[in-house]
Design a protein around this ligand. Sequence first.
Ligand code: SAM
Length: 220
Amino acid sequence: MRASMAANGSGERCKGVSCMWGDPSGLLGGVALTAMAIAGGGQNKAALDLLSPRPGDSIIELGCGPGMGVRAALKRVGRQGFVAGIDQSATAAHYAAHAVHGACLEGRAAIMRAEAADLPFRDSMFDRAFAVNSFQFWSDPARALREIARVLAPGGRLVITQRAAGHDNATNFAGAARGMERIGQATALLKAQGWRIVDERCVQDGPRLLAVSVLAERPA
Ligand SMILES: C[S@@+](CC[C@H](N)C(=O)[O-])C[C@H]1O[C@@H](n2cnc3c(N)ncnc32)[C@H](O)[C@@H]1O
């Protein structure tokens, strides 16, 4: 598998199997995208519940993977709304476009291969933005957050959600053990850029910690 630009929070290029999650491509990438589509429902729901989109809203998902988050967001915004999904991986963008092709044909959704730090959209185009299990791979998260602020309208809100596990959870599936730490890093960067932290939330699945999120409003 090729070396990738995806970085694991440290700015280092990921290599080999870890790229399955951070920049999926080829056969292994396809396996990872299928696993994300099956296992990511709880985190997508946690992110969208906190984001509270309104009917008719325009939303962007950063690092949309197989497109399940875009699909769930489309249900929340209704037929008058619009949802864009971007992903740096061509394979992921292909999967996502397939997942929401009907909405794309109707002009209610768009999937693009793009970097979170270089968004192909005009200023103030979106009401809401979200990223699920993606932030830890951004090679330049500070630049990405400035880009997200640029494409959000005044008062626009962003949710960053990470899969999480409590100390009592044995699983470290998809880096769950570091979910809390990653949200801490995101929150610190958001504050440094003048975003207003509106809420921070943990979601349980029975006794298990499932997701941690931060909700922030873009700098005025
Ligand atoms: C673990 S997957 C999560 C996908 C989806 N959000 C979900 O929860 O099922 C991370 C995704 O983020 C994408 N990604 C990583 N870094 C990115 C960046 N800098 N810009 C855009 N997408 C990125 C990867 O290509 C991958 O598809």
